[in-house]
Design a protein around this ligand. Structure first.
Ligand code: SF4
Length: 328
């Protein structure tokens, strides 16, 4: 494990306590790009509307709200005229673009390039195969903004599979082309593909369209979580990526706890531990994980009555590889 961002050590009479933030956690480039667009816009004008919350993280949404970002829902968007709207990284279906054009609403398009490419692939597959009655199938969460944007590429004809129970929605005598929402688990997708392939009596084509920003995090997080006595996972409760990555950590290290902000920390869970790891999802801002790390550090110092250097004076170690679990 490479520790580059935040590794604080506290010397105690009983040995050292380490607090480390996972440097592979935090915003993916799609979210970084969307937030950059919001901040650029708010630098020129002091208010901006976004269609839905910019990111599945209430703390980050609240930070941007204070700067002038407000989110509106589909009903409000339908009535909006002569204004400006931000489309977030999840993307939007063609109807949203048409509505904005009709109502003279300027679009600031922060659709992630990975989602945009997937939208184009689905549209191409649908256009090229609709004459053969091919079913376009999307493995994803029903009602999720990205999935709505993907289904929209097929005139809302695509079949959405949320789990194995939904595979009965498919007609196995017709051709099938399946894609995945970008944030699904690779293992779950492979399982569902195998089930469908087995049942299919016609042509079957599958595309692994899971974003590697998500898929590559799970194996790295497993290594990270295994190195600590306790793991604090920071994420939005309504983020599917956060819930998935939390489960990945919890499976490896049963002493993993999910919190959304520093105020939810329970000191009983980390006092008396020697190695404390902090990590998060693709929608978790680094500033929030730093706030959690600082709170843990300050609480330990207060509880153990350790005086001297303030938290920010502690040396940060770079490029160190180590296991910080208590030796038993
Ligand atoms: S997880 Fe991947 S597809 Fe989704 S916003 Fe981030 S980079 Fe884009």
């Amino acid at each position: 494990m490479s520790i580059t961002n935040y590794h604080r050590k506290i010397e105690t009479s009983n040995g050292e306590i380490s607090i480390v933030i996972d440097d592979n956690s935090g915003f993916c480039f799609g979210v970084v790009n969307a937030i950059k667009k919001v901040e650029q816009e708010l630098n020129n004008k002091n208010e901006l509307l976004s269609l839905g919350n910019i990111v599945h993280n209430e703390e980050e949404v609240s930070r941007l709200n204070k700067k002038g970002l407000s989110s509106i829902n589909q009903d409000h968007f339908a009535k909006l005229k002569n204004n400006k709207i931000l489309f977030r990284a999840h993307g939007e279906p063609p109807e949203s673009y048409a509505l904005a054009k009709k109502n003279n609403v300027e679009i600031i398009d922060a659709t992630c390039p990975v989602v945009l490419k997937l939208q184009q692939r689905i549209k191409k597959a649908w256009l090229e195969t609709k004459e053969q009655n091919t079913q376009i199938v999307i493995f994803g969460k029903k009602g999720h903004a990205e999935v709505i944007s993907l289904v929209g590429q097929t005139n809302n004809e695509a079949i959405v599979l949320e789990n194995e129970n939904d595979i009965s929605l498919i007609n196995y005598n017709k051709p099938i082309i399946i894609f995945s929402q970008t944030t699904k688990s690779v293992e779950d997708y492979m399982l569902i593909i195998e089930r469908i392939k087995y049942k299919s009596n016609s042509t079957f084509e599958s595309h692994d369209t899971i974003c590697r920003q998500v898929a590559n995090r799970a194996p790295k997080l497993k290594v990270f979580a295994n190195n600590f006595d306790v793991v604090v996972f920071v994420g939005g409760k309504n983020s599917s990526n956060a819930n998935y990555l939390y489960k990945v950590c919890k499976l490896i290290n049963s002493e993993t706890y999910f919190i959304s902000s520093a105020s939810e920390l329970n000191k009983d869970l980390y006092l008396n531990k020697k190695g404390i790891g902090i990590c998060g999802a693709t929608s978790t801002p680094m500033w929030l994980m730093s706030e959690v790390a600082n709170t843990i550090e300050e609480t330990i110092r207060t509880e153990l009555n350790i005086l001297g250097a303030s938290p920010r004076d502690i040396k940060i170690q770079k490029n160190q590889t180590t296991n910080l679990k208590t030796k038993k």
